[in-house]
Design a protein around this ligand. Structure first.
Ligand code: UD1
Length: 424
């Protein structure tokens, strides 16, 4: 196992560059399946989840070649339609191939991901959406099997603006017969990015960025070239790290308009935030003031920045609450933060945080990508050296995580240790 050793006490300062969004590129890669031929993606982040999605596409029969931040995906005239558990269990986003496969071939067999460390994460909205488009979906031996001789446009209304369900239904509807309306659709910038790529492939879609998406199905799509939208969660992580360490950080390659609620909150806490032509900068020279935070679907405060926001509240001046409205199981990492001396009480989907001046280093374990990043940020403001275990989680979503932090002056190193190290 690899761990990070983080020594706290440094004020982060300098520049950090943000690449393409994990939560976008994985779906763009799935969208490539909709057209025969070579699709080229750029601004592709070098993260483990992209490697896993590349493997999903290869096993379906595609050729995937990476060259720096560019990726070429060559999709044959006919691919396999089956994605097995060995890949889906490693990365839930593999289910994004369901919509494209059933749209193109009328058949898809994709292993069900099961629960994970941040909550139940059902697939009912994905399934109901595909059923509304005329697919028959059944579950058998741990697989979801979707089939349809021809998809037809329909009116789909989601109970909740699910990102993954919006993407799957959208990628199915683009090749369906007739018109589809998706109501209460997710509005995340990653959905807009996917819509833009689909449009450049020849899809007819309107309403991206709003709650209603309208799609007119077309007979076929063509491969395209597309530049991935910047990763707002990585950018937000560096912004929060800057405020926690009372630092001065310039985040380049990011779009501040995708982080409006987050940057506004950091401003409320005392930070000075400046929008720049290719990003933004955040600086603060005193202890941040505690402020309440509520996570919500976009344009609300992102649930993916919730662990970092709790870590920030843990060292802010005063008491605050954080309310989680997207994933019910996402407070599990709070126990790790308490090991670092944080004063936090969890009650249902709320947590009450009483800020303290400084955390106290201890060995802790990352349970998912964002919890891992939150714990490293906590280590930056703890006295002594904090060891964060299972950093493979962090590698799933952050390219060059420790190099970025070191570039800002942090003291962090990656160390290989025997697997049982932390429990000995
Ligand atoms: C995506 C992101 C994840 C982010 C989340 C919310 C990727 C790879 N992951 O996850 O980082 O935290 O959006 O912004 O893009 N739900 C159901 N039934 C469904 C679908 C979802 O009950 O059929 C529930 C989930 O359990 C969760 C909520 O809806 O409580 C939101 O999930 P969703 O928006 O679908 O998140 P993901 O697409 O899985």
């Amino acid at each position: 196992m690899e761990i990070f050793r983080v020594t706290g006490g440094v004020r982060l300062a300098g520049e950090v560059f943000v690449g393409g969004a994990k939560n976008s590129v994985l779906k763009l890669m799935a969208a490539a399946l909709l057209a025969e031929g070579e699709t080229c993606l750029t601004n592709v982040p070098d993260i483990l989840d992209v490697t896993i999605m590349s493997e999903v596409l290869r096993r379906l029969g595609c050729t995937v070649v990476r060259d720096g931040d560019a990726m070429r995906i060559d999709v044959p005239g006919r691919t396999s339609t089956e994605t097995d558990y060995s890949l889906v269990r490693r990365m839930r986003a593999s289910v994004a191939v369901l919509g494209p496969l059933v749209a193109r071939y009328g058949h898809a067999k994709v292993a069900m991901p099961g629960g994970d460390a941040i909550g139940m994460r059902g697939l009912d909205m994905h399934i109901n959406g595909l059923v509304a488009l005329g697919a028959e979906v059944r579950s058998e031996h741990g697989y979801l099997i979707a089939s349809a001789s021809r998809l037809r446009g329909a009116h789909v209304t989601f109970d909740f603006p699910s990102v993954g369900a919006t993407e799957n239904v959208l990628m199915a509807a683009v090749l369906a017969d007739g018109d589809t309306v998706i109501d209460n659709a997710a509005r995340e910038p990653e959905i807009v990015d996917l819509v833009e790529m689909l449009q450049s492939m020849g899809a007819q879609i309107s309403g991206a960025g709003g709650s209603t998406l309208r799609v007119t199905g077309v007979r076929g799509l063509r491969p395209t070239a597309h530049h991935t939208v910047p990763d707002r969660i990585v950018a937000g992580t560096w912004a929060i790290a800057a405020v926690m360490t009372r630092g001065d950080v310039r985040v380049r390659g990011a779009r501040p308009q995708h982080l409006e609620r987050v940057l506004q909150r950091l401003g409320d806490m005392g930070a000075s935030v400046r929008h720049e032509s290719d990003g933004f900068s955040v600086s603060i020279d005193r202890r941040p003031t505690a402020r309440n935070i509520v996570t919500l679907p976009y344009p609300g405060f992102p649930t993916d920045l919730q662990p970092m926001a709790i870590a920030l509240g843990a060292v802010a001046d005063g008491a605050s609450t954080l309310t989680e409205n997207v994933f019910e199981g996402r407070f599990m990492f709070v126990n790790e933060l308490i090991r670092l001396g944080a004063n936090i009480q969890v009650d249902g989907h709320h947590c009450a945080i009483a800020g303290i001046e400084r955390l106290s280093s201890a060995p802790v374990e990352a349970t998912d990508i964002r919890a891992g990043a939150g714990l490293v940020l906590a280590g930056l403001v703890a006295d002594g050296t904090t060891e964060v275990g299972h950093v493979a989680h962090i590698d799933r979503g952050y390219p060059g995580f420790e190099a970025s932090l070191r570039g800002l002056g942090a003291s962090i190193e990656r160390v290989s240790v025997p697997d049982l190290y932390l429990s000995e």
